[in-house]
Design a protein around this ligand. Structure first.
Ligand code: FPP
Length: 247
């Protein structure tokens, strides 16, 4: 089992992104309905957020609801939205007490009104917090985000504000939902699946990927520590050679 002492606090990833997966399987293994898994996933969210903030991670992004999740059975979508609303409103005080700012990425207009209202209120209330930014990806998919960015850029080109030859990587990054955030350096996915599932495709270009068999409701701070230790043991070369890095 890993502890905080195993981590080099001077070499923390600034931004950690998490694909929280396995809630449904966790519930099924216990003979319960899928929503029981989501409810228990909240404990893992709380522990992970607290541990990341304590360590000094600057950004934590959680994939809470994908664009594709709208295709799930209606009862599950309703339960997830209700859970999101109640968790956001219940946890706003904890976010304030811990100096954590809440942000979101995704198509907010697709969310039920109540969910959007709670989210906007919590974002406004926590806007001045500085210790860590917790980003919820809600009704999010990377291809949707890239399409939106392309449309915004096309509008700027059409109006003459931007010349096509001046479009560079920064132009694209600035038009994504994550504008202003550092790219994730570590991406964690639980539940033994080795997929990216339309999550932050542009932003994870150089992220280290970490997969664990743990199902999300069982994920705890020690699992986050283990992921960070694994990240810190890797050599990040960014296309260079090992020799160039040590020179
Ligand atoms: C994936 O498991 C999980 C989700 C789609 C939802 C995650 C939501 C929570 C943990 C609830 C609260 C979150 C916040 C941030 C307040 P799955 O249903 O795909 O599991 P399966 O792959 O086993 O079916």
């Amino acid at each position: 089992m890993f502890s905080k002492e195993d981590i080099n606090l001077d070499a923390l990833p600034k931004h950690i992104a998490v694909i929280m997966d396995g809630n449904g399987r966790w519930a099924k293994m216990k003979g319960k309905i899928r929503t029981f898994g989501h409810e228990n996933g909240v404990k893992a969210v709380r522990d992970t957020v607290e541990a990341a903030a304590e360590l000094g991670v600057s950004y934590l992004t959680l994939y809470a609801f994908s664009t594709e999740n709208w295709n799930r059975p209606k009862y599950e979508i309703n339960a997830l939205m209700t859970l999101l609303v109640s968790t956001i409103s219940k946890e706003t005080k904890t976010l304030m007490d811990n100096n954590i700012r809440l942000e979101s990425i995704g198509d907010m207009s697709a969310l039920p009104k109540k969910c959007m209202k709670e989210l906007l209120e919590a974002k406004a209330k926590t806007a001045g917090n500085t210790r860590m930014t917790l980003v919820l990806a809600l009704s999010y998919s990377s291809r949707w985000e890239i399409k939106e960015a392309m449309q915004k850029i096309a509008i700027q080109v059409k109006s003459g504000e931007l010349q096509p030859e001046n479009i560079n990587e920064a132009t694209i990054a600035e038009n994504l939902n994550t504008a202003g955030m550092p790219d994730p350096e570590l991406l964690i996915r639980t539940s033994g699946e080795h997929r990216i599932s339309n999550f932050l495709l542009w932003q994870i270009s150089y992220a280290e990927l970490y997969f664990t068999d743990k199902l999300w409701p069982d994920f705890r701070r020690e699992d986050l520590y283990e992921a960070i230790v694994s990240y810190q043991r890797r050599e990040r070369r960014f296309g260079k050679t090992s020799e160039q890095l040590s020179a």
